[in-house]
Design a protein around this ligand. Structure first.
Ligand code: ARG
Length: 577
């Protein structure tokens, strides 16, 4: 249903035919709804270029408009206000009742887009910031809605120093393990010597020791080098650590409805590390500096410092820059994508700028492939500082989830018990976390205000889910699944309808600007308008059969639209709560 786009095209044609040259005439949402639903504001522009009175031009335009509009009027110097005829609104929205696609303007060629988000580091617990994987997941879903071909990759951080540190620590506490015996010739044990819970303690301890003990840090780096190189014992231990830690992180992603098409890690790009280094070196782009193989990516006109890409240490170990370049080489070969988009903490923007430059300078990625870094802000506590636990420690993502769950569970109706209660509480927890995370503009830091986010009022996940649940129970009671809009001379109905005419543009902007907040805002507005409608009108008691059918059709339309929008945010609804 591109009522607005179609109308804009119609206006552009009509106005050009009047002799006013214009590429595109926009319909703007009215700032004064008492005069009309939309405005056409181009008369003022033409007045300047054609040396005419804008009101005269506006009158000329008005007299050539067709019957899709009613109540056409001119305000001020030449603002044209228009209102869609009920008939055209009914026609176009009836098409959308059972077909959300009607709201999606798919007018371009399908793209294959690799989406890189998640990025958990193996051997470390997910922290609060990892909640922001929601953004990438949502954009993946939005890309699907638009008919593109998104491929999501979690890109596990499994090839860097954290695992080296953990191995260093294990070497001290369990020195007799065969992994550390260079002369060991037998098979390594099938079972990991450490559990995930133990990893949860080992990593923080090792990370502290590294800061205080230089020798310890060097030894840890040495282990990193060894598993990268494939020294059998250390590699086998590395594998145990990966296999122990990964399912735990994966479970959190599953809980948050994040679906990864690829579960690759940095380690999967390892076979491409040497080839990519060779690729760059063959082009004469690398050099040695202080024992490091580097590639310069600075430009003459850079107005900030642009450090070189660091590719290889003298001990042969590769670095974060290398794995990202290698991963890109792998992705280009495997998928030949039109775009690679990264959803990563804003603080990594420099790393990605360097990496992208390296890709362009070397031709690893051709210019027509869209490389984008979509950075996100930090999640803070009420004090505006990075979220901490009560005793000042780093808050894990699981800890945050638990906090929200405990706050929400008591709000669920008493009659919902047992497993069902748990299921509902889980879904509402996810809804709360997701909505809170996807509402603010991506780049800004936000405060995780748990009281506000778990409220039934205002811009929250539970408010949206609650509204959808209400609609569903109305439909269960009254709907045959066939009702259509019949007459819409009711201001509560009309408000919802007019809001829905804005949805195609909203979705398109959300996708173009890669901004989920537009969708989250729309969800709130739609839910509020529906609740207002529900308060003011009594569906059951309505005597006029056309109006009654319209009310039910409107509920179907609002419900289907709302649940589809929630699905883009990866929020599921519940039957009761
Ligand atoms: N594991 C990284 C980190 O936590 C994030 C990975 C982001 N993606 C990438 N391709 N570098 O810092």
């Amino acid at each position: 249903m591109s009522l607005i786009t179609d109308t804009e095209k119609y206006l552009t044609k009509t106005i050009n035919e009047l002799g006013y040259k214009t590429d595109y005439v926009k319909l703007e949402k009215s700032k004064m709804p008492e005069f009309g639903q939309y405005q056409i504001n181009c008369a003022m522009q033409f007045a300047k270029s054609y040396g005419k009175n804008p009101r005269e031009i506006a009158e000329e335009i008005v007299s050539s408009l067709d019957l899709r509009f009613t109540n056409v009027n001119i305000q001020g110097p030449g603002f044209i206000n228009v209102t869609f005829s009920n008939q055209i609104l009914i026609e176009s929205l009836n098409k959308a009742i059972d077909n959300f696609d009607e709201f999606v303007d798919k007018d371009y060629t399908k793209k294959t887009i690799i989406l890189d988000y998640g990025g958990a580091n193996i051997a470390k617990e997910l922290h609060v910031g990892h909640l922001r994987c929601n953004i990438g997941e949502s954009i993946r879903r939005l890309a699907k809605v638009f008919g593109d071909n998104p491929i999501s990759d979690v890109h596990w951080g499994d090839w860097g120093t954290p695992i080296g540190l953990v191995i260093r620590e294990i070497a001290e506490t369990m020195p007799d393990l065969p992994y550390f015996d260079e002369n060991y010739k037998g098979e390594y044990p099938k079972i990991s010597p450490v559990t995930n819970e133990e990893l949860g303690e080992i990593y923080p301890k090792a990370s502290l020791r590294k800061k205080e003990d230089e020798k310890y840090a060097l030894e840890a780096n040495n282990y990193t080098e060894q598993f990268q190189k494939g020294v059998p014992g250390v590699r086998a231990l590395w594998k145990h650590i990966v296999d122990t830690s990964k399912p735990d992180c994966q479970a959190v992603y599953d809980f948050l409805n994040c679906k990864f098409d690829l579960s690759y890690g940095e380690s999967d790009a390892n076979p491409y590390a040497e080839p990519v280094i060779k690729f760059l070196s063959d082009k004469g782009l690398t050099e040695m500096s202080d024992g490091l193989l580097i590639m310069h990516v600075a430009k003459e006109d850079d107005n900030k410092e642009m450090p070189p890409l660091l590719l290889k240490k003298s001990d042969g170990a590769v670095l974060y820059d290398t794995t990202d370049l290698a991963t890109i080489m792998q992705r280009m070969q495997d998928f030949n994508p039109d775009a690679i988009w990264y959803f990563v903490d804003e603080r990594q923007s420099l790393h990605f700028e360097q990496t992208f430059r390296g890709c362009r300078i070397s031709g690893l990625v051709p210019d027509n492939v869209d490389l984008k870094f979509y950075g996100f802000g930090t999640i803070n506590g009420n004090d505006g500082k990075p979220f901490k636990t009560r005793d000042g420690g780093v808050m894990s993502l699981k800890g945050l989830i638990k906090m929200v769950y405990e706050k929400i569970e008591p709000k669920i109706k008493e009659e919902i018990t047992g497993e069902e209660r748990e299921e509902v509480a889980k879904k509402l927890t996810v809804a709360t976390l997701k909505y809170a995370d996807l509402l603010p503009y991506r780049k800004t830091d936000y405060i995780f205000d748990i009281d506000k986010f778990t409220s039934f009022e205002g811009k929250t996940g539970i408010y949206a889910v609650y509204t959808a649940t209400r609609m569903k129970s109305i439909l269960n009671k009254f709907s045959t699944g066939k009702e259509v809009l019949k007459e819409i001379d009711n201001s509560d109905v009309l408000d919802i309808i007019v809001k829905l005419t804005e949805l195609p543009k909203n979705l398109k902007s959300a996708y173009q600007d890669v901004t989920t907040s537009y969708i989250a805002e729309f969800i709130y507005e739609l839910a509020s308008l529906y609740n207002k409608f529900y308060t003011n009108n009594n569906i059951q008691a309505e005597q006029n059969s056309n109006l009654k059918e319209t009310f039910i059709a409107l509920t179907r339309l609002a419900y289907n639209t709302l649940t589809n929008l929630l699905d883009i945010l990866a929020i599921e609804i519940v039957d009761k709560m």
